[in-house]
Ligand binder design. Structure first.
Ligand SMILES: [Zn+2]
Ligand SMILES: [Zn+2]
Length: 301
């Protein structure tokens, strides 16, 4: 479960990476910022791109969670790996969405694999498939984007993931509801004996949702959690749909997870501020670190 690479720039290529062991998930962050991209110099240690995670299996298959602006860089890497592959075989990609706030979908129109005929991109959410298609199409409707969703070259399909796991070989993916304006879904991602929980965006404090999260995260190897606010900031941001680093440590302890990753960093929290948050959080839950662009972690195994 150790850190594979802490470098921000330059990023290693997927094809150059050592493959995870047969029971491990490899998790890579392409965007860790919340709300809006903030590519200001003082934020670049943790990164300015918004939510995008890649889960890579030992056999090399990739599964993507959220399509914030970090998705653009991942798409470039996938496209270049694809063009370098000897057979030039078409790619099938799986993209799971927590919800449709801009910071989770803004990279989709800039996702290079969507513009290549022969690729297949499968989108999933906790909504019915037809509603998911309509939402994604609406994001690119006139006058918001010059290319309409229906004219993208890749084959696209749409699926629903609910509380019961959907199987992709040995990978099992399920959702759980979270307290967030207009709703959001957390993901429980299981591969053989390894368990990863992706819980962003959510606000703590509603007992029924707090209980669902703790049950979903019980005993997980890793919890990626919405830690946008400090406990001092939170009282003036109640109802905004986000949580705190202190609540993150409480969930990690209650659920008995092995490792906690603070995620969805506030646009106003620069590198120095976030590093200080990590130090504070470690006093409550030592196995804590903060997500940053390019961070690659082994989960389970
Ligand atoms: Zn968000
Ligand atoms: Zn949101």
């Amino acid at each position: 479960m150790g850190e594979v690479s802490g470098r921000h720039l330059p990023q290693e290529k997927v094809s150059d990476r050592e493959r995870p062991k047969s029971t491990e998930i490899e998790l890579r962050f392409w965007g860790a910022r919340g709300s809006i991209p903030t590519p200001v110099p003082e934020n670049l240690g943790y990164g300015g791109n918004t939510a995008c995670l890649e889960v890579r299996l030992p056999e090399g298959e990739s599964f993507i969670f959220d399509g914030g602006t970090g998705l653009r860089e991942l798409g470039i890497e996938i496209a270049s790996a694809h063009s370098a592959s000897p057979a030039g075989a078409p790619h099938t990609l799986h993209l799971f969405l927590t919800h449709f706030h801009w910071d989770h979908v803004q990279g989709i129109p800039f996702f290079a694999p969507l513009y290549t005929a022969g690729n297949e991109v499968k989108f999933y959410s906790s909504h019915p498939a037809e509603r998911l298609r309509n939402i994604l199409s609406g994001q690119m409707a006139t006058p918001y984007f010059p290319v309409q969703f229906e004219f993208l070259a890749a084959k696209m399909s749409f699926g629903h993931v609910g509380r019961a796991p959907v199987h992709f070989g040995d990978l099992r993916v399920s959702t759980f509801p979270m307290n967030h304006p207009q709703g959001a879904s957390g993901y429980r991602i299981e591969f053989r004996d390894s368990v990863l929980i992706y819980a962003s965006d959510l606000e703590h404090g509603k007992p029924e949702f707090d209980a669902i999260l703790r049950e979903a995260a019980h005993g997980a190897d890793m919890l990626v959690y919405d830690a946008q606010f400090t406990p001092e900031e939170y009282p003036s941001r109640v109802g905004w749909g986000h949580s705190t680093w202190l609540e993150a440590t409480r969930v990690a302890k209650d659920a008995g997870v092995k490792k906690l990753i603070l995620f969805h960093h506030d646009p106003g929290h620069d590198d120095a501020f976030l590093s200080d948050i990590v130090q504070q959080a470690r006093k409550h839950f030592p196995a804590t670190q903060a997500a940053r662009e390019g961070l690659c972690l082994r989960v389970g195994g």
